[in-house]
Design a protein around this ligand. Structure first.
Ligand code: ADP
Ligand code: NA
Length: 338
């Protein structure tokens, strides 16, 4: 395929993705398939960098893959696979870790944040080297360098930019030491990716680890509880549906969600709800969420019902990903002297 290549991964660390994952990343994964040769990976190796339960990991890996399919990731057009099914990820990570400076790895701010939450002596070495595994995830699917060098894009949120920088540095270092092997990836913030904040604490990001159940909307949630959460979302003492990040963070977040789901612009929404207060706006938003997520929930449950079919889809993805990864690793092994 002549289309630019794109690679992205998501951790299977919850029983459902949330609205932030959907509007900030996964919806773009679906859209990017039209213009890119896409590799999408459920990164279960990353999920064991913190203490985990094996049964939960196995369940979440499947439910994550099923949700991606239900959202519209097409396993015929794109390569959808589970990271641990392709052993080259861990192998390339080792090679790259030998090219990474200790000081360089120590500067990764996400490790500092995550380690601080656990107490730094409790944090694993795997959590520390996580960005190197991420670099391997990306570079395994690098197009081969050549005159018609193809674009290689990695859609990420702002918080992952530093990891893509590390990946670029490692690609350059490997190429310099051992000969041209990798195309350096570009961090790519896809059009329409929206940052969604917590419904109860509109100043903070909606997050599976930090948000309370009332602050987060799960993709697989039933419409009833979803509606309640939206109706109880924190707003302000005013009544005007108006976008004002500073003074009306809650309403602004709800406007951002509505606009992203309905395709209406924020000014259009402000005009539509002029004088009608928060109640009608929230009711309509809850309806919009139910319309968006009900079919995704139903398709996910159906996919989970047929274990063999889901296994076949993931095996097909692992075969396709494995072919590319093995080709890359053959070159790497040869260049490194194995
Ligand atoms: P969480 O923050 O819930 O732990 P992850 O860090 O696993 O979620 O993020 C998975 C993907 O979803 C990333 O691409 C991230 O940028 C995106 N994402 C997570 N939370 C949000 C949010 N609140 N708004 C927009 N995008 C988000
Ligand atoms: Na996170």
């Amino acid at each position: 395929s002549d289309a630019p290549r794109v690679l992205s991964g998501i951790q299977p660390t919850a029983d459902s993705f949330h609205l932030g994952n959907y509007l900030g990343a996964l919806r773009q994964w679906v859209a990017l398939q039209d213009t890119h040769d896409a590799f999408y990976c459920v990164v279960d190796l990353h999920a064991i960098t913190v203490e985990h339960d094996p049964a939960a990991l196995r369940r979440r890996t499947r439910v994550s893959a099923a949700q991606l399919l239900a959202m519209g990731v097409d396993p015929e057009r794109s390569t959808l696979f589970v990271q641990s099914h392709v052993p080259e990820h861990a192998e390339l990570a080792w090679v790259l870790s030998c090219l990474t400076g200790f000081g360089e790895a120590s500067r990764m701010t996400q490790f500092k944040d995550k380690a601080a939450k656990q107490g730094s002596s409790a944090a694993s070495v795997g959590l520390f080297t996580y960005p190197i595994l991420q670099a391997a995830d990306i570079l395994l699917y690098s197009p081969e360098p050549g005159e018609d060098e193809r674009l290689f894009r990695v859609p990420v949120g702002e918080d992952q930019r530093q990891h893509v920088e590390l990946t670029r540095d490692l690609a350059g270092r490997f190429n310099h030491r051992f000969g041209p092997t990798f195309v350096a990836p570009e961090a790519y913030i896809p059009q329409g990716a929206a940052k969604i904040t917590d419904l109860q604490e509109p100043g903070s990001k909606m997050s599976k680890s930090a948000s309370s159940p009332q602050g987060i909307v799960d993709v697989l949630e039933e419409p009833g509880p979803m509606r309640k959460k939206i109706m109880r979302a924190v707003t302000d003492t005013g009544s005007e549906v108006r976008f004002d990040e500073e003074n009306k963070a809650g309403v602004s977040n709800l406007l951002r969600i509505h606009a992203a789901l309905s395709g209406a612009t924020v000014p259009e929404l402000e005009a539509r709800y002029e004088g009608s207060g928060y109640g009608q706006f929230k009711k309509d938003l809850a309806e919009l969420l139910a319309e968006t997520f009900t079919p995704i929930r139903e398709r996910t449950l159906k996919l989970l019902d047929d274990e063999d079919a889901l296994d076949r889809i993931l095996a097909h993805g692992a075969t396709r990903a494995g072919e590319v990864a093995r080709r890359t690793m053959d070159t790497v092994r040869d260049r490194v002297g194995f």
